[in-house]
Design a protein around this ligand. Structure first.
Ligand code: HEC
Ligand code: HEC
Length: 220
């Protein structure tokens, strides 16, 4: 009788414990299709790959063309619009909910970027395809003078060198911004569900350094 009791107890305990087994970890969610396509774009070539180009101007142009892979990436472009409206995702759709940078790039009163965008990326598991909300202490929209969307690499090149439009940055300041600014750095740490910009910020900084050192040439 006592043995039977213990068998029952053991069976009961086994059932209870198996019920408490931690749920198997949710499989990683795939990137949304557009982000997946973006993630498959080629890697960023290191600056050293261009040292074989003898002509200084041609080398500068080639370095800039490589850096353009980052500059024209949606992770950067989404915040550099011409119409003061941020974009979202690899397909660069108009921001939802509707949003403008307002006067200072931080959004209208009562609906500032920081209402939703915290100091770091925030993971969320919603029913939709949004896997995280981007976050950074400096999160804001670039002003119209720094708009890149719809512009050619040559136009962007002349603009980012123009101190009357780039926030008064000489080439050295431009280099430091590209290579070290933490908001630029977000492009390689964009949160779940988003493809990062190619390469890393260090490699990108080295391309910009070499481009400047070869005369910062701009394509036509
Ligand atoms: C969250 C929005 C946001 C993202 C993402 C972003 N930027 Fe910006 N960017 C800004 C804002 C705001 C400014 C202006 C304030 C400043 O200079 O710090 C700016 C200014 C700049 C400037 C100054 C010069 C000019 O004419 O534009 C450069 C260069 C730049 N960003 C590069 C990048 C690159 C490269 C990336 C992607 C790797 C990027 N940004 C991603 C918001 C953003
Ligand atoms: C009411 C909430 C809310 C406010 C306010 C808001 N956002 Fe967003 N934003 C979101 C959410 C949620 C996402 C993620 C959705 C997605 O990526 O599809 C997002 C994504 C973005 C992205 C996409 C990044 C990328 O590369 O895919 C950018 C850029 C952005 N917001 C800029 C801004 C800026 C700039 C402001 C202020 C002017 C702002 N947002 C204000 C909710 C908000």
């Amino acid at each position: 009788m006592r043995a039977f009791f213990f068998i029952c107890l053991a069976t009961f305990a086994a059932i209870v414990l198996s019920g408490q087994k931690p749920a198997r970890a949710e499989p990683a969610r795939p990137l949304p299709a557009w982000e997946e396509a973006l993630a498959k774009q080629g890697a960023l070539k290191p600056a050293a790959n261009f040292s074989g180009i003898g002509d200084r101007n041609a080398r500068s142009l080639a370095l800039y063309a490589e850096a353009t892979k980052v500059i024209t990436h949606p992770r950067c472009m989404n915040c550099h619009p011409v119409d003061n409206i941020p974009r979202q995702g690899a397909a660069m759709k108009v921001h939802s909910p509707p949003m403008t940078g307002a006067l200072d790039g931080h959004g209208p009163a009562g609906q500032r970027c920081s209402t939703c965008h915290g100091v770091k990326n925030f993971e969320q598991t919603g029913g939709d395809n949004i896997q995280s909300i981007p976050g950074n202490p400096k999160w804001a929209l670039a002003p119209a003078s720094m708009a890149w969307q719809g512009k050619t690499p040559g136009e962007i090149c002349r603009q980012i060198k123009d101190t009357s439009r780039n926030g008064g940055k000489d080439l050295e300041a431009l280099y430091h911004h590209m290579a070290e600014d933490e908001l630029v750095g977000w492009g390689w740490n964009p949160g779940k569900g988003r493809a990062p910009a190619p390469g890393d910020q260090k490699q990108f900084g080295e391309l910009i350094r070499a481009w400047i050192d070869t005369g910062a040439a701009c394509p036509a």
